[in-house]
Design a protein around this ligand. Structure first.
Ligand SMILES: Nc1ncnc2c1ncn2[C@@H]1O[C@H](COP(=O)(O)OP(=O)(O)OP(=O)(O)O)[C@@H](O)[C@H]1O
Ligand SMILES: O=P(O)(O)OC[C@H]1O[C@H](OP(=O)(O)OP(=O)(O)O)[C@H](O)[C@@H]1O
Ligand SMILES: [Mg+2]
Length: 292
């Protein structure tokens, strides 16, 4: 009998680079040949396919892939029935969610959703936009946009519903946000039948745990040091209480070893303070995963 295989859909497009980077931190090193949509991986039980985030939930629902990554936005827009295994909060450029916003030219007279009555809106998320208008009892026409949506107002549309992360695309096109329609983050999703298969489920759950661990470790480092027992209280008092430091005994009775995980940003300030408080042999190390 051939080995069982888990088919994994990886998002091509905005999420591709950050997803492959996250998987690498989680311990899955894919190699992608240019123009190939089948990244290879040193795991016989895993088969990866690159596919657009817009279509991911649909193919996972159908069972073409057992598991995949896409945004909450496209799961809602395509109305796909899939198991949402884990929220993995990362975007193209940051570890924050994205927002789908209603935006208009800075000089537009549209200041609220009510002002859209009879207007023309361009967007990639037609269903989400239509539901939003219906919820507010507004009649407006919604046209599908193939991309580069920010360029459309005011000539090709009165308003747009577009995704924003850093806000730089909206600013560059002199657009103003009128309302936030949806906040979205990346999710690990699974096919229902695959989720009910014990072997696949365990493999998916392990993957979710490692990916979440890699996200938790982002921006964090480990610090190890020795300190005389007499200075322990002083040293502990300056370590921020993200989580309890580990204190271990050393052969020399007068000393203890301390290990702690802290935000990388504060290390520059923290290390000299630790040294002054009595700590010695301080070293900093990168961490890839942090599992609760
Ligand atoms: N900065 C970002 N811009 C756009 N989409 C983002 C961003 N960060 C995360 N995403 C998410 O990525 C998914 C969109 O990726 P998708 O491949 O569908 O489209 P795209 O952004 O148009 O890609 P492309 O680079 O090919 O234009 C959505 O789920 C969206 O929420
Ligand atoms: O708020 P920001 O950080 O600027 O990010 C949002 C922009 O990034 C994406 O564009 P993409 O690069 O995918 O180009 P596209 O318009 O061709 O889809 C998205 O469609 C927005 O235009
Ligand atoms: Mg795009």
């Amino acid at each position: 009998m051939s080995n069982p295989v888990l088919k994994l859909g990886l998002p091509k497009g905005s999420l591709q680079d950050s997803t492959l980077d996250l998987f690498a931190h989680a311990g899955f090193h894919f190699s992608v040949q240019s123009r190939s949509y089948f990244p290879s991986i040193d795991d016989d039980e895993l088969e990866a396919i690159l596919i657009r985030a817009q279509e991911m939930a649909h193919y996972v629902e159908l069972g073409a892939f057992d598991v995949g990554l896409t945004g909450k936005d496209w799961i809602i827009e395509t109305d796909a029935e899939v198991v949402e295994v884990a929220d993995l909060v990362y975007s193209k450029a940051s570890m924050r969610p994205v927002r789908w916003v209603l935006a208009v030219p800075e000089s537009s007279s549209i200041n609220s959703v009510k002002d859209l009555e009879g207007k023309h809106i361009a967007t990639e998320v037609v269903n989400i936009t239509k539901k939003y208008l219906a919820k507010h009892g507004v009649n407006a026409s919604v046209e599908f946009s193939w991309g580069a949506t920010e360029v459309k107002p005011p000539d090709l549309a009165d308003a747009i519903v577009e995704v924003t992360e850093t806000g730089s695309s909206l600013r560059a096109n002199k657009l103003r946000i009128v309302d936030t329609i949806l906040e979205s983050n990346t999710k690990l999703i699974a096919n229902k039948a695959s989720w009910n298969d014990p072997w696949k489920r365990e493999k998916i759950e392990s993957m979710a745990m490692l990916l979440q661990g890699a996200i938790n470790a982002q921006g964090k480092v480990g610090l190890k040091m020795n300190t005389p027992k007499a200075s322990l209280d002083a040293v502990l008092s300056i370590i921020p209480a993200l989580r309890q430091p580990t204190v271990s005994h050393l052969a020399d009775e007068g000393w203890v070893a301390l290990e702690v995980i802290v935000t990388e940003k504060i290390v520059r300030k923290l290390i000299p303070e630790l040294k002054r408080a009595g700590a010695e042999g301080i070293f900093e190390y990168d961490i890839n995963k942090l599992i609760d």
